[in-house]
Design a protein. Structure first.
Length: 257
């Protein structure tokens, strides 16, 4: 059976599983892993098909979640960024007994704009899928540039993301397409409304992919969850504002006791 690339660091009593976003890999967490490892036992994972977990093809969200869960500690805080937020949310819905708390970062339960719901227009996601087969690397780079736009450290943050991608072999087009398909079709708004475990949602005020307009809508739909907006951050708040980001996680772990 194929196994995911998985690295455990740190000696804290509390386990924290970190799930990266589309097109990337676990190296994206290096900017905060040292600080977090003093408080948590961290689990760095390359999602199926990405980074060093290349032996997997494209898979639907539910299968991706099960694959990750199979190697995970019995109980942990699950943190997912962007696409990883959908994977972590799916695990919280299907296996709540394994989840101490859910943290979603620059993530939406429904990335696609639908009616009154703000999100990415479906033709934009379809365009990315189309462009992937034409100019694979440039499409990924464009997507990464979108993630840091508007922040004071945009150029430097985009470079960090690009270095993370290029440090390992690129995922197959089929896997990247599969990830975009999840972003295009997943809608966990209603299922997550019944979630009773602690749920922290972290957003970047300047995020161009997950609009801040969803924050009050989810505050209303999910009154049991808690939102934090990092004012000058975009889609990668842990890269642009690592101190604020780590402080929020440490405060959460203290509240959980």
């Amino acid at each position: 059976m194929n196994t995911l690339w998985w690295q455990t660091v740190g000696t804290g009593n509390c386990h924290l599983v970190l799930l990266h976003g589309w097109g990337l890999n676990a190296e994206v967490w290096r900017c905060i892993s040292e600080e977090l490892a003093s408080q948590f036992t961290l689990h760095l994972v390359d999602l199926p098909g990405f980074g060093r977990s290349r032996d997997f093809g494209a898979m639907p969200l539910a299968d991706m979640a099960e694959q990750v869960l199979a190697q995970a500690p019995d109980k942990a805080i699950w943190l997912g960024w962007s696409l990883g937020g959908l994977v972590a949310s799916q695990i919280a819905l299907t296996h709540p007994e394994r989840v101490q708390a859910l943290v979603t970062v620059a993530s939406s339960p429904c990335f696609s704009a639908q009616g009154e719901w703000p999100g990415i227009k479906s033709e934009v996601l379809a365009g990315f899928q189309q462009q992937l087969s034409n100019d694979f690397q440039r499409t990924v780079e464009r997507f990464l540039a979108l993630q840091t736009m508007g922040t004071e450290t945009a150029r430097q943050d985009a470079r960090t993301l690009k270095t993370t991608v290029l440090s390992l072999p690129m995922p197959d087009v089929e896997v990247l397409n599969g990830g975009l398909e999840i972003l295009k079709t997943a809608d966990l708004r209603e299922p997550l409304a019944s979630l009773t475990l602690p749920h922290l949602r972290i957003y970047g005020y300047l995020d161009g992919l997950v609009p801040r307009k969803i924050v009050p809508l989810l505050d209303e739909q999910w009154p049991q969850s808690e939102a934090l907006i990092i004012t000058k951050a975009a889609h990668a708040p842990f890269i642009s504002h690592p101190a604020e980001f780590c402080a929020a996680l440490m405060a959460l772990s203290q509240r959980l006791g």
